[in-house]
Design a protein around this ligand. Structure first.
Ligand code: NAD
Length: 255
C-alpha cells in the first residue's frame, strides 16, 4: 500500500503560520512532502520558519498577509501560484481570542474577533476555492474550529460564537463545493498551550481545566498531526463537512 498520507506535489497555504498551531501545521505538511506557503503578518518569523523547513529538506515560501484584508489575501495566493502553482490545500488557521465579559464588551472588540475568526476564514476559503475551481483538480480546506464551538466558558463570547459558526460554515461550504472536488473539514482542538492562551492556562482557571480533562493534560501542537494529515490527504478523500475534535475528551462532559 502506498503512503496515502503523502502530500508530495501538493501546494499548501497555512494562515497564521508565524506561531503556535500554524507553525506546527506548516512544518508537518512540509515534512509530508507539500510545498508550503506561510502566510501571516509577522514576516520575520515566517522567514525563520521557511529557513528551518528548508534546512530539513522541505520547501516553503514566506508571504506577509493580513487575513482581514482581501487584497492582501489575494496577493498571498498570487505569490503562491507564481512560486509553486495552484494551492490545493488551505489550512485556515489564523485566529484571535481576546477575553472579556460580554455585558460591557465594546462593539469593536466583538467585531475584531468576528472579523478575524469568521469573516476572514470565509474570505480566505473562498479565495482558495475560486482558484481551485478555476484550475480544476480539486483540493482540501481545513478550518480551525475549537471545542468552544461546542461548549462554552465565561469570558469568550465572540470567540465561542465565531468557532461555532466555523463548524457550521464548514458543513455549508462542503455541501456547495463538493461539485468542484473540494473537501472542507475542520479540526476542533481542545486546550493546546500556545501564545493565544499562555496567560490564561498558566493561572488557576487553566489548572482547573487541566484537572477536568479526562487525560489530565493540555494538548501539544503535535497532538493535531493525525487529524491534519487525515483531512489533508488522499487518506481522507471521502471525508467532507466534518469537524474532528482533538481534545483528550475535554468536551465529552461539557467542561
Ligand atoms: P497563536 O496566537 O499562536 O496563533 C494564531 C496565529 O494567527 C498567529 O500567527 C497570528 O499572528 C495569526 N493571526 C491573527 N490575526 C491575523 C491576521 N489578521 N492575519 C494573519 N494572521 C493572523 O494561537 P494558536 O493557538 O496557534 O491558534 C491557531 C488557531 O487554532 C486559531 O484559529 C485558534 O482559535 C485555534 N484554536 C487554538 C486552540 C488552542 O488551545 N491553542 C484551541 C482551539 C482552537
Amino acid at each position: 500500500m502506498t503512503d496515502r498520507f503523502d502530500l508530495s506535489g501538493k501546494v499548501a497555504l497555512v494562515t497564521g503560520a508565524s506561531s503556535g498551531l500554524g507553525k506546527r501545521f506548516a512544518t508537518v505538511l512540509a515534512a509530508s512532502g507539500a510545498q508550503v506557503v506561510l502566510a501571516a503578518r509577522r514576516a520575520e518569523r515566517l522567514e525563520e520558519l521557511a529557513a528551518s523547513i528548508a534546512a530539513e529538506g522541505g520547501e516553503a515560501l514566506a508571504v506577509a498577509c493580513d487575513v482581514t484584508d482581501r487584497k492582501s489575501v489575494a496577493a498571498a495566493f498570487e505569490a503562491a501560484e507564481a512560486r509553486f502553482g495552484t494551492v490545493r490545500l488551505l489550512v485556515n488557521n489564523a485566529g484571535i481570542a481576546p477575553g472579556g465579559a460580554a455585558i460591557d464588551m465594546p462593539e469593536d472588540a466583538w467585531r475584531s474577533v468576528i472579523s478575524t475568526n469568521l469573516d476572514a476564514a470565509f474570505s480566505v476559503a473562498q479565495e482558495a476555492a475560486q482558484r481551485m475551481a478555476k484550475a480544476g483538480g480539486g483540493g482540501a480546506i481545513v478550518n480551525l474550529a475549537s471545542i468552544l464551538g461546542f461548549t462554552v466558558i465565561k469570558g469568550v463570547a465572540p470567540y465561542a460564537a465565531s468557532k461555532a459558526a466555523i463548524v457550521h460554515l464548514t458543513r455549508a461550504l462542503a455541501l456547495e463545493w463538493a461539485r468542484y472536488d473540494i473537501r472542507v473539514n475542520a479540526i476542533a482542538p481542545g486546550w493546546i498551550e500556545t501564545e493565544i492562551n499562555a496567560d490564561f492556562l498558566s493561572g488557576a482557571a487553566g489548572d482547573a481545566i487541566r484537572k477536568a480533562n479526562p487525560m489530565r493534560r493540555f494538548g501539544e501542537p503535535a497532538d493535531l498531526d493525525g487529524a491534519l494529515l487525515l483531512l489533508s490527504s488522499e487518506a481522507g478523500r471521502y471525508i467532507t463537512g466534518t469537524t474532528i475534535a482533538v481534545d483528550g475528551g475535554q468536551s465529552l462532559s461539557g467542561s
